[in-house]
Ligand binder design. Structure first.
Ligand code: ATP
Length: 266
């Protein structure tokens, strides 16, 4: 997958924090128009990879190519402007704002009017505000939350808040959406609904890279995956094949004889 089919290519990516190599030479490919899972045990380096792709951290070495452009030295807002956006592991909504207002904050890249025009209430700013409200409403419909548009975010259920976050991330018309544990804390029905939403977004042309711990969701909804362990690549490809890989099983559950010993101690 070294051709134009890959929208994102990570090559020998390294991120050190002092003596800790959170990412220790990761190479990975994400195919355009796919749902790609990024999985691995706790502390494997998955969130650090998302932080590197979005420019929150710069890599110690290695490269990140998005549609052929090098992202590794770019500022987060420039990466966002190229069409890469994300959600966070923990819900990060603004308190005191309605669902619609939350999503409107994500539409800033589309507005195209200066901050001064907004402050001065110029006609162009009012028209841009109406356009971003209409777009935010459309996005709420897309994630099945239009009926909650005027509710304060803090009054919504956890699953609903996650949907609002996804709608907000869609506000900048991304090409690549990075979801960091989008189903954490959800019940099976809510998680399944997120899986279906992710498929709808993919079918509408988006590429999705999703950090996920729920293996049944990964096998049901991811087209491909990258498995990390200790900052490195453990397996890449078809999710079922990756999860069945003995090295991946060992990373998650320990060696078979360790499991047998633990069982014997019980
Ligand atoms: N800012 C930081 N400073 C120092 N160490 C960090 C920092 N961020 C991450 N690490 C370390 O890097 C390693 C990878 O962390 P990371 O959060 O990327 O893993 P993860 O796979 O996302 O884990 P989880 O599934 O538990 O969220 C861990 O050992 C973590 O403690």
């Amino acid at each position: 997958m070294h051709d134009g089919a890959s929208i994102l290519v990570l090559d020998d990516l390294v991120k050190r924090f002092g003596g800790v190599a959170a990412v220790g030479g990761l190479t990975a490919h994400v195919r355009r128009g796919s749902v790609h899972g990024l999985i691995g045990p706790n502390g494997a380096g998955k969130t650090t990879v998302i932080n590197l792709i979005t420019g929150l951290f710069h890599p110690t070495s290695g490269s990140i190519r998005f549609e052929g452009a090098a992202l590794e030295a770019m500022a987060p807002q420039d990466i966002a402007a190229r069409g890469v956006t994300r959600t966070y592991q923990n819900v990060r909504l603004f308190s005191g704002m309605t669902a619609l207002e939350q999503v409107m904050t994500g539409c800033w890249l589309r507005r195209g009017v200066s901050l001064w025009a907004s402050f001065l209430g110029l006609p162009a700013a009012s028209a841009a505000w109406r356009a971003s409200r209409d777009h935010a409403m459309h996005l709420l419909e897309r994630v099945g939350m239009a009926h909650r548009a005027d509710e304060l975010a803090e009054t919504l259920s956890y699953g609903e808040q996650r949907r609002i976050e996804i709608a907000r991330a869609l506000g900048s018309d991304p090409k690549l959406l990075l979801l960091d544990e989008p189903t954490a804390g959800m019940n099976a029905a809510e998680a399944d609904a997120v899986g279906r939403l992710v498929h709808e977004l993919r079918d509408a042309g988006l590429t999705i890279l999703m950090v996920e711990h729920n293996m049944s969701l990964v096998t049901a909804f991811c087209d491909s995956c990258t498995v990390m362990n200790f900052g490195r690549l453990l397996a890449e490809g078809d999710p079922r094949a990756c999860i069945a890989d003995p090295a991946v099983q060992e990373a998650y559950f320990g060696r078979k004889h360790d499991a047998d010993r633990i069982q014997a101690l019980r």
